[in-house]
Each structure stands twice: as structure tokens, then as C-alpha cells.
Ligand binder design. Sequence first.
Ligand SMILES: Cc1cc2nc3c(=O)[nH]c(=O)nc-3n(C[C@H](O)[C@H](O)[C@H](O)COP(=O)(O)O)c2cc1C
Length: 245
Amino acid sequence: MDNVIKLLKAHRSIREYLNRPVSQKLLESLIEAGQCAATSSFIQACTVIQVSNQETRQKLCEYSAGQVYVANAPVFLVFCVDMNRHRLSCDMHDAPMLSGYTEQFLTAALDCALFAQNVLVGAEAMGLGGCYIGAIRNHIAEVDKLLGLPELVCPVFGLCLGYPAQNPEIKPRLPLSVVFKQESYDDSSDAALIRDYDQTIREYYRTRSGSNKDDSWSVRISSMLAKEARPHMLPYLKSKGYLLK
Ligand SMILES: Cc1cc2nc3c(=O)[nH]c(=O)nc-3n(C[C@H](O)[C@H](O)[C@H](O)COP(=O)(O)O)c2cc1C
């Protein structure tokens, strides 16, 4: 198998790190690799903020449900949708900027995801491991304030990086035919396939070192979706100039 495909299929989130620094030169090269991701209409609407200050890291950890790796990973990055520089560009040409479109937020968020995944895959290729942190959105307004973000700049997720101090098993994904359809959407076999997959995941949790979970994928999803999903996000994004139309 091609080495890149092998690397991609070997991904696991890494949440424990060696006490070994990541060189800033390597990190800069990874961020440059992130910048090389495709970007909708060449918009380049992602900004990455590296947070090294320990007090700030501690606060980010508290805002992210106390996930300790947010405070202690060798590197912590915050990925932000950013259309601030687009406003500057419009100003440079005395051109009005029509902002506030849901489409613009979606475009910028896609840019962030593609940028970040290049960073993570690049990091994994260099022997590092990482874990995304969506939990920074638990207290997004506080994170925003802590990082001094202007209008049109919003944190969407964090990323911990470092040399792995753990070797977790690869988490099995859904069967291919559930996520890869031909010509049109046919979900007639999905329920049965999900039931089989539940068994695989139950087994994964049962055998995974240090885990005593006995739930399946669909159980986890159904309990997650029984809860509200960060309802503060809409008013926050509106207050930053997004999702207004
Ligand atoms: C946008 C995003 C946000 C995530 N947020 C968190 C998080 O806050 N904490 C955490 O431990 N893992 C987080 N994860 C990691 C997922 O839990 C993980 O990718 C998923 O369970 C699959 O496991 P794997 O990455 O080991 O294959 C996040 C992943 C993504 C893509």
C-alpha cells in the first residue's frame, strides 16, 4: 500500500505526550503544510494561534472540560475562522464588504478543517501525534476574550501535538457502504450494518487497554444526541458577524 495511505489509515488521536519539545522550525513547517491545503475561492480564511503561556493554557484547559492534555501537550494550537483580513482587503480598495452570510462561515470553517488536517497528517508523518479539541467551544466566548479575537475571528477547535507517550489501538470506522454510496442515497442496509458495527465497537472498547466501557457506537451517538449541542454557538457567531443571513 502507498505510504501516505498507510499513514492515514494508522491515525489515532494521541492524548499523552513525552516530555520532549517539538521544534518551532518543525511546527512552522507543519503550519506551512496546512496553508497548502485547498482553500475555497483562494479565500485562506484560517488563522492558527499557538498558545504556549502556561496560565493561558490552564484557562483553556478549564474552558475545555478540564481535559488535561490541553494544558500539558507540548504544543497547543487554536484554529480560527478568520475573515478579518478580508475586511482589511475590502477596506484597502474602498469596497463594501457584504459579510454575515452563513455561506461565508461554512467556507471559512471548511478551510480550517482542511488546513488543520494537513497539519495533523504532516505531524503524524514526522512521528508526532495529536488530538483535536472541539471542547474549546464549551466556553467559546471566554476563549475568544482570552485570545483577544476581533469581529469575524472565531475559534473553531484546538489541536494538541507532541511525541506520543501512548500507543492506542486504531478505532474501527463504519463499514464502507454506510459512508460510500453509489449514484443515489440508499440507506436500506444501514441499520443492519450499524448493528454489526456496534458489535465491533463494543469489542474495541472491551479489549482496549485501560477501558471499561461497554457501549456501542449507536448507543453513544443516541445518548450524545439526546443532549443540547452547545446552544450558545448561534448567538456567539451572530455577535461576531456570522450567520446573520
Ligand atoms: C473537530 C474535532 C473535535 C474533537 N474534540 C475532541 C475533544 O475535545 N477531546 C478529545 O479528547 N477528543 C476530541 N476529538 C477526537 C475524537 O474524539 C476522535 O477523533 C474520534 O473519537 C476518533 O478517534 P481517533 O481519532 O483516535 O481515530 C475531536 C475530533 C475532532 C475532529
